[in-house]
Ligand binder design. Sequence first.
Ligand code: DMJ
Length: 685
Amino acid sequence: MKEGGHITLTLPPGSAASVDERGRKSLRRAWNQLPRCQRNLIILGITGFCVTVLLCLSGDQLLAASLKDADTKAEVAPYQMPLPNPHHHPGVVKDVPKDTAAASVSVDKKAPQAEALSDKFNELVAYGEANSAENVVRLPETVAAQGLPQAIAMAVALPPPDNNKEQDNGGIDILNNVEEPVAQDPTDPLSEGDQLEQAIKNPLTLGGVSFKQHLKKIKPLLAKGQHFHGATNERQSAVVAAFKHSWAGYKKYAWGHDNLKPISQYSHEWFGLGLTIIDSLDTMYIMGLDDEFKEARDWVEHSLRFDTKRDVNLFEVTIRVLGGLLSAYHLSGDTMFLSKAAELGNRLLPAFQSPSNIPYSDVNLGDLSAHSPKWSPDSSTSEVTTIQLEFRDLSRSTNISIYEQVAQKVNEKVHDLEKNHGLVPIFINANTGTFRNYATISLGARGDSYYEYLLKQWIQTGRKDNDNLILDYMQAVDGVLTQLMRRTPREHWVYIGELINGKDFKPKMDHLTCYLPGTLILGHQNGMPDSHLILARDLLDTCYQTYKMNPTNLAAEISYFALTEKDDQDIYVKPNDAHNLLRPEFVESLYYFYSLTGNRTYQDMGWTIFQAFETHAKVNAGYTSMGNVKNAQSTRLRDLMESFWMSETLKYFYLLFSDDRKEIDLEQWVFNSEGHPLPVYPLKT
Ligand code: DMJ
């Protein structure tokens, strides 16, 4: 029955009838004349033949046949370019998709969707060509906001071609789409691990090209720079004078070193990164100290080196150096600072190569390795959660995603961990990614800025509804209110205690915790409940009292609070805790209260404290830490001027005394934990 692929029906002799010769009538007559059994046999034969043919064809051929059939009838749909796997297809975007895509989407000019898609695609291809660095994934806000299909967005974010290598399309004919591309994660054009490796191996590059080349590509994204008018009143001028005095001592005795020892008139080295210069940059810019800013800027450009083989602390270097450089960049618009920040960001990345995504605490910037602290297997919780503002800003400023990605993973990891009413233990292990069992819970040392950065990151990223950051923040403040907040028995001072071993209440509060009123009022300004504001106000009063209660009008590092009336005093300081390191936290909170309410009482409170520093901390070569704030006649000068004095304490004094309480607009800027303002970004849709 089957001959050369043609089908022939053989009818009984004598009754054979050809369709061509006799027409339908005679064929039907002949068929009817056949005996019934013969007709049945013929039907059976035809059916059997058809079944055999069907069984011989493959499923694919059948589907192709049916689709081909459908194609000829249906309107042609716009062609979606297949997504090549960037690991197997270097350079395919640059060489292939523009024309292919354009041709493909214009297959049917009548389809309205196709034209719109074509426009968007071409727009993106143009953007992709201008930003062909390997790990660029972020789209310009305007484009991203249009909700463009991610598949197409990804196509333009693929690696640039390596002209020295032959094109390897992995056997897939993209032009003819003969084989399905390998499915890929649309958020990961290069793979995070590869991006990380690339940045670490080449710390002087961004996205595989030199800083200069990369910055040229992202020119439209670069910061424009801000203008400040300088001091406008006596109090501000007094702060500027204090800054100049500090700067002069540092310049004379410690230039290029981390800190000044103003008593011995010598330098103090910690990381060997000129911390005081970098921490002071934005303060000088805001104060309008142009000459000082210029000499600091030139030192950063010509003398700051990150390639020394020395361990540094990830958190400290991130908030002081990375934050300081980024802030200087945003305020001045000088891209030299951004290049330096990018190099530092690359050199800090080894910290994130841990099994858990929780970073190691220590990084060697020269040999590009990282490890846990020498004294413990654990990192401090506040340290690993107080790097995100800076790493995110580095990503958004450079349009290179890896920094934000690694920092965001820490957020996610910590979010998933079990907490005590939203409160976190102060130690976390970078290898296991878990909190240390029975670790203390505190809003002071090692815990403080975890809570600060939940709120500030949420503000930095445009205040998304129901974001984990703000949900965790609200839960944590509830935990503070229910688990840690107490009042003293007589004078009812509100304070925040600690939970030793995660459970036993201790009525101890670090001065560090006095950042909290400022953070709480900032949160309230951004929609948090009134209970936060009430706590903020009460705690601010207590913090002020920790200054006013001492004859120096300066606060001690740690204060204790009475639990019962048996204690002599409601607030007291133990001899070993009576030192003052020129810390900023209370002045910082006063600044937020003034900036957000306009109430000048906070300025007066700050002025009292500023004068106390003038009286007790000022020495010939600068300002110094003290050993004892409880005795105005014997403060026991300690001989260290930490860089946060110029980065934070003096900056917050200066802004607190400003006639313009929005000299830095808190709607547009968010201060990092070291007092460096960074821009607030619009919400990504
Ligand atoms: C600063 O380095 C930062 O404010 C940090 O978050 C906490 N400690 C000091 C200032 O006290």
